[in-house]
Design a protein around this ligand. Structure first.
Ligand SMILES: Nc1ncnc2c1ncn2[C@@H]1O[C@H](COP(=O)(O)OP(=O)(O)OP(=O)(O)O)[C@@H](O)[C@H]1O
Length: 245
């Protein structure tokens, strides 16, 4: 089976600073990959390369079976929820979704209605986005990212800034996406999000993939059972020690 994502020595430098270094990762189809790392680790930059928004300095990647050099082929097969999703405050959710469907050239009226229903937004779909809570906006943005039924969806910090209830709803919706056969690549610095959702967790630190395993195996990698948070702090501080030596 072709992996949903396969990177080979993917590297991004800005001037003299290497922000993503020699990244090699493989994400199987229909799985949830949790991309975990502290602020500034290089998660967003990696996602921007994989979604063709920025070019790598060196290295390659295939996304949904297509080379990231082939922008149109990749973009038609993926969805992307950026950290700050583009929503027009003056439009209603329904208008917003129709607009995006038009850009994507997908006849989506029925799918829009189904998704609004499923995301519990149907009653407010004709209100302006400016009146929405942060959670409602995030759900609208998530629908926008999956409207064209992508094989693979990239989510950058999808629960950040949400209150616990809204964050839970968004987590539940994300876990349902794999039921539809989608692959989810999810970046976050919030541990419970990956602990709950991810099949595989990759820990990025200073642009390097310092650990990669299932959440369960990561938490059992020390002899005594540790929480994922302990492992995360361990691997990131081990790296810091190695770098400073
Ligand atoms: N266009 C750019 N020019 C120069 N440096 C950049 C650029 N974009 C990102 N960086 C730097 O690259 C590093 C990684 O940033 P990135 O946004 O990828 O990290 P992140 O892991 O997504 O962090 P966060 O969790 O804070 O979003 C940071 O030090 C950032 O300042």
């Amino acid at each position: 089976m072709t992996p949903a994502i396969e990177t080979d020595a993917l590297t991004k430098r800005f001037d003299d600073t290497t922000v993503v270094s020699d990244l090699r990762l493989t994400v199987p189809e229909k799985s949830v990959y949790g991309f975990l790392g502290p602020n500034g680790a290089g998660k967003t930059t990696t996602m921007r390369m994989l979604t063709t928004l920025t070019r790598p300095t060196s290295g390659t990647a295939r996304v949904a079976g297509q080379s990231i050099d082939n922008r149109d082929a990749v973009v038609s097969r993926i969805g992307f929820l950026p950290e700050e999703p583009p929503l027009y405050d003056e439009l209603t959710a329904r208008e917003q979704l129709r607009y995006v469907a038009g850009l994507r050239d997908v006849g989506a009226e029925e799918r829009i209605n189904t998704l609004l229903d499923r995301f519990d937004l149907a009653d407010d779909a004709d209100e302006r986005v400016s009146t929405y809570s942060k959670g409602m906006k995030q759900k609208t943005a998530l629908i926008q990212a999956i409207l064209h039924e992508p094989e693979l969806v990239f989510l950058d910090e999808p629960t950040s800034g949400l209150d616990p209830r809204a964050a839970r709803t968004v987590r539940e919706l994300i876990s349902e996406l794999t039921d539809d056969g989608m692959t989810v690549f999810l970046s976050t610095h919030i541990l419970p999000v990956v602990e709950e959702l991810a099949d595989t967790v990759g820990v990025l630190h200073d642009g390097n993939l310092v650990a990669e395993d299932s959440p369960e195996r990561l938490t059992h990698r020390a002899e005594q059972e540790q929480s994922l948070e302990d492992v995360f702090l361990d691997v990131t501080s081990e790296e810091e020690k190695a770098v400073s030596q």
